[in-house]
Design a protein around this ligand. Structure first.
Ligand code: NAI
Length: 740
């Protein structure tokens, strides 16, 4: 027997065949066309050997770092509605081959040398026995749903039959969990754990020896799906709750994948395996040919890879790791940044005005780690090692030889200048100097340091331990070396860096401000506030817009707005107010409701600070007879009070952010579409189904031209802020997308 291109065939004297997956064209194995054809051929040969009784068993493993990476997403992301037949057939080819493999009548063992995700796990589940090598980087699971897809190689059919509908949905399919090998063992995805690849193949052969005629549990006569099916009365009684729970979780946002997964699981459970495979393939095809999966694959896979691999990093600067970082300010952000750095193995000196304050900052890490240990996600030893890397202090002298500084003191220019003056002479003479400011211009802050070329913005998001994004802000004087080093530091602490140029609010804070303003403006138009919140949820935003505004407090954006207005007017420019401004002013000045921290905002808050209902006064004062009293609220929106179509509410939120992103690109604040797509999803909650701010425009019905036409409509009804910027008009006219 000879090898195929992507699969090596090794046959031993006992008649055991080992298939070594090793696609020479890529660093990982995927279900591309070459693999599919090879796999069909190999399975055909195995079947012939089995029929001739010359096969003892099969071991499947890989020569790559990972076992198998999954589907051919390049192919899928190019598939349009016209490709449905081809996509369906591709799914069926894989299914047929896997089905033949598991019904050979011979034992087949998966020796998972590394991660088995998506198609890799589907391949493994078609084996009778699964052995995983316990490496720290290995992950096992079905991430398809996070890319708007479902496992179309029998993953739904097999998990339902092996684990029951409920567990299959909740543990494996609907959330895209990626398990470490030990967790996969606990959940029954694999049967054994070993330490090395050699051990895994040896164990595989031993298992084959002991199980000469392996059959899948669901191919044994009388097999019942654990936990029941719609045909089982107890299960059937609970069934109506499934779609209801799903809707609740999704908040009405347009994610088709969970719905199709649920349907494939439930419908497939009522028929035989082969029919269930066809049902799964149909639901898979619908997702693969639809727009949402394309959007999600573009942003969360292709753009994410581009961003993380350093598309925005100056190329000719040598990579250098940070050994010891000074974190200035041990408040909410400083404490989180210290944790993230120490977790990555970097020594941290955490400085605040008193040792007690610095120690409180360190205690934050201890709290997170204690929780992780209690949940079995970390060990005492790891916890102690991480904490030993954080040194709390109030003395500048303790920062000697730190090779990077991250400042996170109060948001105040003079204070920030002062703390940098205190430490610049103490840290390493070429230390990277970063500020975590969320609003202050980097150029302005750089005036407080001597080495302005080494000064840069490093904008973390809260809570730092959960948020993957860091926005790197290049000031007018920041050098290439500092930019590259900042980029490397962000990667070193396992975060995703986007790079933007200095400007008011940078990219993320500026663009999310448009979303909030738009929601607030709707209140001023007399739209019921509950509808405003519902629109944000149904558009797919993780946070409701008015509740978000309350969290930020109404006074903070107002202060920033007023400063901005003064600077525009001082420069002789004309300030265009946003319709939201008047609402915010009335809320603060007339009604004394500055947001959550002030105990009252768009929502009511209990004594304990817990959020209650939307403030009934909103309806009374903004849509009742005295709406707009004393102000010109709503006067320039042109919208009929309370008669705004619900679809418009959702689109106004999405459009306001996408259009401002185009302006950011036009103005050079953004230099990369990929950065914006990734940053908008990871940093500011732009709905993932869109693929991010620019992919939303690319994927809008009619592409950028369709988007521009709709923007003009919105501008005619709601105001000039929706008018398409020149760059959008140009791209639309050229028939391109922002990604071409
Ligand atoms: P915070 O108020 O929780 O912490 C500030 C800390 O700085 C306090 O512990 C304070 O004692 C300390 N501090 C003050 N003067 C100091 C000095 N001279 N030397 C050393 N430490 C000093 O503030 P938070 O929320 O952590 O914010 C810090 C910075 O991060 C601000 O610039 C803020 O704009 C920015 N930021 C905040 C985000 C948030 O969500 N809170 C998100 C992103 C950035």
């Amino acid at each position: 027997m000879s090898d195929t291109t992507t699969i090596r065939w090794e046959q031993d004297q006992d008649g055991v065949v080992t298939l070594v997956l090793d696609d020479p064209t890529q660093s990982v194995n995927t279900m591309n066309e070459a693999f599919t054809a090879d796999f069909e051929a190999v399975v055909g040969r195995l079947a012939a050997l089995a029929a001739a009784d010359e096969l003892r068993g099969v071991v499947i493993t890989s020569a790559k770092k990972t076992f198998f990476a999954g589907g051919d997403l390049r192919m899928l992301s190019a598939a349009g509605p016209g490709d449905a037949a081809a996509v369906f057939e591709k799914s069926m080819r894989i299914k047929r081959a896997l089905r033949t493999l598991e019904t050979l009548g011979k034992p087949v063992v998966a020796a998972l040398n590394g991660s088995a995700l998506g198609g890799g796990l589907e391949l493994a589940l078609a084996c009778h026995h699964r052995i995983a090598v316990d490496t720290p980087a290995s992950r096992i699971g079905f991430p398809e749903v996070t890319l708007g897809l479902l496992p179309g190689g029998g993953g739904v059919v097999r998990t339902v039959r092996l684990f029951g509908i409920t567990d299959a949905l909740l543990k494996f399919l609907l959330q895209g969990q990626q398990y470490r090998p030990a967790q996969a063992l606990e959940h029954g995805l694999v049967h054994e754990l070993v330490d090395t690849a050699e051990e895994s193949t040896a164990r595989a052969k031993a298992w084959i020896e002991a199980n000469p005629t392996a059959v899948q549990p669901y191919d044994v006569k009388g097999h019942r799906i654990p936990g029941g099916t719609p045909a089982t009365p107890a299960f059937a009684a609970n069934l109506p709750a499934f779609p209801a729970n799903l809707r609740k979780q999704l908040n009405g946002a347009p994610y088709p994948a969970p719905r199709n997964i649920l349907a494939a699981a439930v419908e497939g459970s009522q028929v035989d395996v082969d029919t269930a495979m066809v049902i799964e393939a149909r639901y898979f095809t619908e997702l693969a040919c639809g727009q949402t999966s394309k959007n999600m694959i573009q942003a969360l896979l292709f753009d994410m890879q581009a961003v993380n691999s350093g598309a925005g990093r100056p190329k000719d600067v040598e990579k250098r790791l940070v050994r010891k970082v000074a974190v200035l300010g041990a408040g909410m952000m400083g404490a989180g940044i210290a944790y993230a750095c120490a977790k990555a193995g970097i020594d941290v000196v955490l400085k605040d005005v008193t040792v007690e304050a610095a120690e409180r900052g360190k205690a934050y890490s201890a709290g997170l780690l204690d929780k992780a240990v209690a949940r079995g996600r970390s060990t005492e030893a790891k916890r102690d090692a991480l904490l030993a890397r954080i040194t709390p202090t109030a003395e500048a002298a303790d920062l000697a030889d730190c090779d990077a500084v991250i400042e996170a003191v109060f948001e105040n220019t003079e204070l920030k200048h002062k703390v940098f003056q205190e430490i610049e002479g103490v840290v390493a003479p070429d230390a990277l100097l970063c500020s975590n400011t969320s609003t202050l211009p980097i150029g302005l802050l750089a005036e407080g340091v001597r080495r302005t070329a080494d000064f840069i913005g490093l904008h973390f998001f809260s809570p730092v331990d959960k948020m993957r994004l860091v926005e790197i802000i290049r000031g007018p004087q920041t050098g290439d070396e500092a930019l590259a080093r900042a980029f490397d530091l962000v990667r070193q602490i396992d975060r995703t860096p986007i790079v933007v140029n200095d400007s008011r609010g940078f990219f993320t804070s500026r663009v999310i401000g448009q979303f909030i303003n738009e929601g607030v403006a709707m209140v001023g138009e007399g739209v019921h506030p509950a509808s405003v919140e519902q629109a944000a949820g149904q558009a797919g935003y993780p946070a409701k817009v008015l509740s978000l505004m309350d969290e930020l407090t109404l006074t903070l954006p107002r202060k920033i707005r007023d400063e901005h207005r003064r600077s525009v007017e001082a420069a002789g420019g004309t300030w265009t107010p946003h319709p939201a401004d008047a609402v915010v002013d009335r809320m603060v000045d007339e009604f004394g409701r500055p947001g959550r921290s002030g105990g009252a905002g768009f929502y009511e808050y209990g004594e304990d600070g817990r959020r209650g209902r939307l403030w009934p006064g909103l309806v009374e004062h903004f849509s009742g007879p005295d709406a707009g009293a004393g102000t010109d609220a709503g006067a320039d929106t042109g919208a009929a009070r309370a008669e705004v179509p619900f679809e418009d509410l959702k689109e106004r939120m999405l459009f306001s952010e996408a259009l401002d992103s185009v302006r950011c690109l036009e103005e050079g604040v953004l230099t990369s579409v990929a950065d914006a797509n990734v940053g908008s999803i990871l940093g500011i909650g732009f709905p993932a189904w869109t693929g991010g701010v620019f992919q939303y425009i690319n994927g809008y019905e009619g592409g950028p031209a369709g988007f521009a036409a709709r923007a003009r409509e919105l501008a005619a009804t709601y105001g000039e802020r929706f008018a398409p910027p020149a760059l959008l008009e140009r791209i639309a006219a050229e028939g391109r997308t922002f990604t071409d």
